[in-house]
Design a protein around this ligand. Structure first.
Ligand code: NDP
Length: 246
């Protein structure tokens, strides 16, 4: 598994959960990997160590995904220190849950800033460096298409927005040989959605497989899209959701 040898990836929100699993999966396939974090400096350093133990180069960069300038700086630092950029993974995300009466406009602005403006800003900065074979892969959600509970409208709208971003960028960057895709995870065991919380059994029962994903089961789909075998996949929304949408 060395199909990403010589490639450089940037994974936003790579200090924990799905992003950390993606960073490790890309390194397993040969890529050098930069990750960003906003709070978890120590966890980010651990992920960078894991990447280096795989024989790859690694960077852990503090960059709030709500801050377009910080994202642009992370892209530039990756290119400067790792030499190039081939793969951007827009993973950083926040998961507010609450009724309309509870989540006000500050929550709206913060959630849209991290989950939507962040991927747009990172894609803008990255596109200046991506060449033929480049990849932009964003992490959506199983609730982008179907929202079976209340209290999810704000989060869901941010993930649905990534569908339009993905399709639009696929058209714009396709002529340069760059693919742009979206992966919709189902319920995945992370700090944001632990598989041992009281509601988890009911959520797992809504999937066809009847269980949560491990973060590595989402990461392997992202790694496939990052590789040469996915060269003709673009503008696609791919479910890694255990059959949530089935
Ligand atoms: P976690 O909360 O476990 O991890 C979130 C990661 O994103 C951390 O590395 C965190 O950094 C980083 N992050 C959060 N906010 C920011 C920010 N403002 N700037 C930079 N980094 C940030 O989340 P998951 O791993 O569960 O989720 C990852 C993605 O997958 C998200 O986009 C989420 O919406 C999506 N998803 C998750 C599902 C699930 O069931 N877990 C289901 C469907 C989609 P730090 O450690 O520094 O806080």
């Amino acid at each position: 598994m060395n199909e990403l040898h010589g490639r450089v990836a940037l994974v936003t929100g790579g200090s924990r959960g799905i992003g950390a699993a993606i960073a490790r999966a890309l390194a397993d396939r040969g890529a050098d990997v930069a990750i960003t974090y906003v709070n978890s400096k120590d966890r980010a350093a651990e992920v960078a160590c894991d990447i280096k133990e795989r024989g790859r180069r690694a960077l852990a960069l503090e960059a709030d995904a709500a801050d377009p300038r910080a994202l642009a700086a992370a892209v530039e630092e990756t290119v400067e220190l790792l030499g190039r950029l081939d793969i951007l993974v827009n993973n950083a995300g926040i998961f507010p849950v609450g009724a309309l009466s509870e989540l006000g406009m500050d929550a709206f602005d913060r959630t849209v800033a991290v989950n939507v403006r962040g991927p747009y800003a990172a894609a803008r900065a990255a596109a200046a460096h991506l060449g033929e074979g480049g990849r932009i892969i964003s992490i959506g959600s199983n609730v982008a298409e179907r929202v079976p509970f209340g209290g999810m409208a704000l989060y869901a709208l941010t993930k649905t927005a990534l569908t339009g971003l993905t399709r639009g960028l696929a058209r714009e960057l396709g002529p340069r040989g760059i693919t742009v895709n979206l992966v919709h995870p189902g319920p995945t065991d992370t700090d944001a959605n632990p598989a041992d919380r009281p509601e988890a059994a009911g959520i797992a029962a809504m999937t066809a497989l009847g269980r949560y994903a491990g973060a590595d089961e989402v990461a392997s789909v992202v790694a496939f899209l990052a590789g040469p075998q996915a060269a003709y996949v673009t503008g696609a929304s791919i479910n890694a959701d255990g059959g949530w949408a089935a």
